[in-house]
Design a protein around this ligand. Structure first.
Ligand SMILES: [Zn+2]
Length: 102
């Protein structure tokens, strides 16, 4: 999982996270404009529209969980919980092709 360390981003994510608990409303996620790759599809984010999704939303997404398990054949919900517990970043960078999952 990519670490997002920009302070302004983290503050904005923390604020938005309060409102994005249930309903997917990705337009409200703060934009991500750094380098690196999408945390869902691993495509390069340079020149691509991307968003910062709070990890609480990221790991709870049924669509993302289904995709993750279909790609990682032996992955279970327990594996995802372990990943979530190990992930100390406060947000995940997601490209516009993948943001519909959140
Ligand atoms: Zn993506």
């Amino acid at each position: 999982m990519k670490k997002i360390t920009d302070e302004a981003f983290l503050k904005e994510v923390a604020t938005k996270a309060k409102d994005s608990n249930v309903v997917s409303n990705y337009a409200s996620y703060p934009p991500y404009s750094g380098s690196g790759v999408c945390d869902v599809c691993n495509r390069s984010l340079s020149g691509v529209k991307a968003y910062v999704v709070p990890n609480r939303v990221f790991y709870n997404s049924p669509k993302w969980r289904a995709r993750f398990k279909s790609i990682n054949f032996m992955a279970t919900d327990a594996d995802i919980e372990r990943m979530r517990n190990l992930d100390t970043s406060q947000g995940s960078a997601v490209c516009e092709n993948c943001i519909h999952m959140f």
